[in-house]
Design a protein around this ligand. Structure first.
Ligand SMILES: *Cc1c(COP(=O)(O)O)cnc(C)c1O
Length: 431
């Protein structure tokens, strides 16, 4: 395991030559639950959450975990017990958060296309804030809230037009993206919001992207957001909070040149721009909290010598972890039985059984050649892993396990083939 991964994933370490999650031997989980399986560490989530919230402990602040990164209810409950709020992007997420007892006053609702039904449910729940992404949405919330004799707390998600220098599929803060309202439009839209019935303007919001590689975009965006908030307050808007979104990245590739900012440096930058305002700060970190708290365990089926190429064929596939093929993401892959440091290394492609050439977990990866039957751990897979899994190729939805100390529990079981196939219904004319 690289030093970067070791530092980032402290609860996952080798003991007696075998990779453990906290005090649990990962081979035990694999043999009891089967593979592929996601395995999470309680301490992994807790430490990242606590470290992040401590950065802003000196000012009024609320950390709303962006639960789209990993929304298993066991994960949510772990974080909620520490006082975490949630950033939700759908009614399903809001229901999950409520199901584990996250109080509505700690929930913010983001997303460009909230439907009428979703808005109605969230209004019923009386959540902390709707992060509004367009004028039509503003009007829709106003109409819905006033018809029901309610008032919705809102903030406008501002698009500060800042290029976060991240992968195109996770960049959100430039005018080329669908997200938010352009900065220059914001004062006019706030004025409109103040006049509309059923709305209480309480905040200003942004989120400029994910896995952001350096501090500069955060610096520029926080400055613009703070200056907008200052202007709005002078105009008479009674703001309560400033929502700075998420987006802090993690080191996936120890040999890559992406070094995301240290959270402490991030905090200094944010505080420098916002402290004077006296507003409560809201954050929506997702990846930073969850990525290092999970691995995907997979077993080697075959090692296949192609023409000038070696394929390690494993039982996890792109339907279980789509990040490598969707974002060209790097995940370190290690053998659960630690390879001797002098073992010969080879360059291989680690691929799954799905019938797609995009089905790979790693390409041109130098690693100690595993043997069929070996158990591998795909590292830093706690965020945007299981949540994006599908049943493509009629594969069983990947299960999830949560470790705490020497205990572990299956927190999403593997469905049976009957469950999977039984979801289909034959129409009357085919019976
Ligand atoms: C995805 C998302 C986040 C979390 O992003 P991370 O990069 O995982 O921290 C926060 N806020 C909003 C609105 C998002 O869509």
């Amino acid at each position: 395991m690289s030093p970067d991964t070791r530092r980032f994933m402290k609860p996952f370490c080798y003991r007696g030559g075998v990779l453990h999650a906290e005090n649990v031997d990962l081979r035990d989980i694999a043999s009891e639950v089967g593979t592929p399986v996601y395995c999470y560490s309680t301490v992994g989530f807790e430490e990242q959450y606590l470290a992040f919230s401590r950065l802003f402990a000196a000012v009024p602040s609320l950390v709303c975990y962006a639960m789209k990164a990993n929304s298993n209810q066991a994960v949510l409950a772990t974080l909620a017990r520490l006082g975490a709020g949630m950033d939700v992007v759908s009614e399903g997420e809001l229901r999950r958060a409520r199901a584990v007892g996250v109080p509505p006053e700690k929930i913010v609702f983001s997303g460009v296309g909230k439907t009428q039904d979703e808005l109605a449910y969230a209004l019923d729940q009386d959540i902390l804030c709707f992060n509004v992404e367009s004028e039509p949405e503003l009007e829709q919330i106003s109409a819905l809230a006033s018809a029901g004799g309610r008032s919705a707390r809102i903030s406008i998600r501002v698009n500060p037009d800042i290029d976060a220098n991240t992968h195109a599929k996770i960049s959100t803060g430039t005018y080329a993206n669908k997200f938010g309202i352009p900065l220059e439009e914001a004062p006019r839209v706030y004025e409109k919001a103040a006049k509309l019935p059923g709305l209480t303007v309480t905040g200003v919001d942004m989120h400029i992207g994910s896995q952001i590689p350096d501090l500069a975009p955060f610096d520029a965006a926080a400055k613009r957001l703070a200056s907008l908030a200052c202007h709005l307050m002078k105009e008479g808007h009674r703001l309560e909070h400033l929502d700075l979104g998420g987006g802090l990245g993690v080191v996936y590739d120890p040999h890559g040149n992406l070094r995301p900012p240290e959270p402490t440096a991030y905090a200094e930058t944010i505080l420098r721009h916002t402290r004077e305002l006296g507003l409560k700060l809201v954050f929506e970190p997702g990846r930073l909290i969850a990525a290092g708290a999970g691995v995907l365990l997979t077993r080697v089926i075959h090692v296949k010598q192609g023409a000038g190429k070696t394929f390690v064929i494993v039982d996890a596939a792109m339907n279980d972890l789509i990040r490598p093929t969707l974002y060209e993401a790097h995940h370190e892959i290690v053998n659960v039985r630690e390879a001797p440091s002098d073992a010969a290394r080879e360059t291989v492609d680690v691929v799954g059984p799905v019938c797609e050439s995009g089905d790979y977990l790693a390409q041109k990866r130098e690693m100690t050649l595993p043997r069929p039957g070996d158990l591998l751990a795909v590292m830093s897979a706690g965020a945007y892993g299981a949540v994006q899994a599908s049943t493509y190729n009629s594969r069983l939805l990947v299960p999830e396990v949560l470790v705490k100390g020497s205990k572990y529990a299956v927190v999403r079981p593997r469905l049976s083939y009957d469950d999977l196939i039984g979801l289909d219904r034959l129409p009357g004319w085919l019976l």
